[in-house]
Design a binder for this molecule. Sequence first.
Ligand code: 3HC
Length: 303
Amino acid sequence: KRPAGAPDAKLARPVTKVGVVGAGLMAGQLALLFAKQLKVPVVMTDIDQERVDRGVAYIHGEVDKLQAKGRMAEAAANRTKSLISGSVDKAAFVDADFVIEAVFEELSVKKQVFAEVEAIVSPECILATNTSSLSVTEMARDLKHPERLVGFHFFNPVAVMPLLEIVKAPKTSDETLATAFALAKNLKKTAVLVKDAAAFVVNRILLRLMGEVTDAFDEGTPADVADNALRPMGLPMTPFTLGAMVGLPVAQHVQESLHAAFGDRFRVSANLQALIDNGIKGLWAPTADGGQEIPAGTQALLS
Ligand code: 3HC
């Protein structure tokens, strides 16, 4: 059955090589997924060789883990590793049919990335952004071929989360959308078409939860109580455990985008900012007996 809003699948273009801009955690997860599921070459780029090498090493480590767990046969593991390469030069994208960016969440950075990529790739190459909350329409504005840009938003951990938000900007063409839906199917993800609005749909809902928790402790409820209050609701992770997994600065960035778009419906938390300013990566730390606690230093930052 055709997903709601998906154009005719016949319009999809073949994808025989993928480019990933960025070699951080999200980019590495994406590169692994593309190589493993599509079995096509995937090249990852970043601003220096050290980052590129770290990204490739991360992927090799994840493949080794899958193999050790018996989730990937040796031949598939070797093939997946051999399909992945890294470069500091975006010229490596010259023959790519699909390039996705997973770089720093700053509109000007993303626009610069797409301008550089567009100077290298063919006019048919599809461009995608994995942004959490920025405007795809804005990113497309200065492109020579804005019709080829689509939002392709994955969730952490990419290997296990089944959902993919596909974001259509006003100029996104049917060919681009059809290719995005075909890719989602081949990646074995469930794709939904969402409007290009701040934080799309899922992060809007998640940040509603996160925002209520940060509001509660901004208002004086102890942080452990506020975060744990949702545990009996059957969520797989409390908001702050999830926040630590995706990165508190990423969560806060989404909070800021939503605040900019919707005002006080989404507030920016002073306590969350204090944790980030102090380099604290999460609320919880493991205890010796296998439990978890909020360390005194973290607790002290929460007014
Ligand atoms: N990478 C790869 N595989 C992972 C993984 C990771 N980081 N974390 C867990 N897994 C795998 C495990 O290896 C295990 O696989 P196996 O059955 O082959 O051994 C499987 O997932 C289940 O893991 P566990 O049994 O260890 O733990 P759980 O049952 O608690 O499941 C979870 C882990 C799937 C991550 C679950 O806790 C969950 O669904 N959490 C919520 C995740 C979520 O909401 N993500 C959205 C974040 S928002 C976002 O990303 C948007 C961005 O824009 C900010």
